[in-house]
Design a protein around this ligand. Structure first.
Ligand code: DHB
Length: 308
């Protein structure tokens, strides 16, 4: 089965990769991804300075998903700028995820990371876990101003990691902004922000930061992810490639994302839970689904969702 895909002219040996944030902070984690079956190496969202992140426990998995409030633990952009050329030796695309605490940060980081030549730059507009900081992607004006500045300094194919939207008007507005700015791909969706999970035995929250509120991932967010992938695929008429993220725990889940319009998929919670073996498992499960349905490649079913 052919799992290769292409995004913004970059060829991926497999359509499965890690989601930014999932086991991709340290050199060791990034090298492990390099050696794995994953079709790309996606970095943790990087900030200006290195960060320890929020106090633990800050990630918790339960039956239907996960909740996290990591607080952007990362090595700082200088370390990733130095690492990216070294990660080239694994011969697969490198996707640099860029975050920040203000427009200036994004511009500084994007400039330096662009110079280190990753294959794609994913601008994270959707970190929900920094106390006192709203998600950029929920503010249309800030998003447009920020992206116009970042766009000017980035020559690498650039995309955005979007938060989930729950209203078509918000998706329309964001699509118009992204059209004006010009982005080469979309990663859809980030975690569903500010959920709350309760341990009824302990009568307690399950993570420490922010009183237990955190970003939800895993199977429970799949319908929100599929809806956003589909909505943006339609809004752009299939012309802007989409990396689908959210709730991919089986080959069938990946197939659903492809049908909705994703050209590749990122795996967060399932990768954290299973490690790199998840990429082989998902490929073999997707091979069975595609084979049964008569598709000879993953790319053949992209966007083919039927409507009634
Ligand atoms: C974190 C979580 C996110 O969902 C994200 O997009 C960026 C950062 C975090 O808490 O580290």
């Amino acid at each position: 089965m052919d799992f290769t895909t292409s995004i913004a002219g970059v060829r991926f040996p497999s359509c499965f990769m890690n989601a930014a944030g999932a086991r991709c902070v340290t050199r060791e984690e990034l090298e492990t991804l390099g050696r794995s079956q994953a079709g790309a190496i996606v970095t943790k969202s990087m900030t200006l300075e290195p960060r320890q992140g929020n106090p633990e426990p800050r990630y918790y998995a339960f039956t239907n998903g996960s909740i996290n409030s990591m607080g952007l633990p990362n090595l700082g952009y200088r370390a990733y700028a130095a690492l990216i050329p070294e990660l080239r030796r694994f011969g697969k695309p490198i996707v640099a995820s860029v975050a920040g605490f203000g427009e200036e940060d994004f511009v500084t980081i994007a400039t330096a990371i662009n110079a280190s030549k990753p294959d794609l730059i994913e601008v994270n507009l959707s970190c929900p876990n920094i106390p006192g900081e709203p998600q950029i992607g929920y503010d249309a004006d800030v998003t447009e101003r920020l992206l116009k500045r970042v766009r000017k300094v980035v020559t690498t194919p650039m995309g955005v990691k979007l938060p989930p939207y729950f209203d078509p008007a918000h998706q329309d507005k964001m699509a118009q902004i992204l059209d004006r700015v010009g982005v080469e791909f979309l990663s859809v969706i980030n975690s569903v922000g500010n959920g709350l999970v309760v341990d009824l035995e302990k009568e307690s929250v399950v993570i420490k930061p922010k009183g237990g509120f955190g970003g939800l991932g895993g199977p429970l967010i799949k319908p929100m992810a599929l809806a956003n992938v589909r909505a943006f695929w339609k809004l752009f008429g299939g012309r802007v490639p989409i990396i689908g993220t959210g709730g991919i725990a089986s080959g069938g889940d990946a197939f659903e994302h492809l049908l909705c319009g994703a050209s590749a998929v990122q795996v967060g919670t399932a990768f954290v839970e299973e490690g790199t073996g998840v990429f082989e498992r998902l490929e073999s499960e997707l091979a069975v689904v595609l084979g049964k349905k008569g598709y000879d490649s993953a790319s053949a079913c992209v966007g083919k969702l039927k409507e009634l």
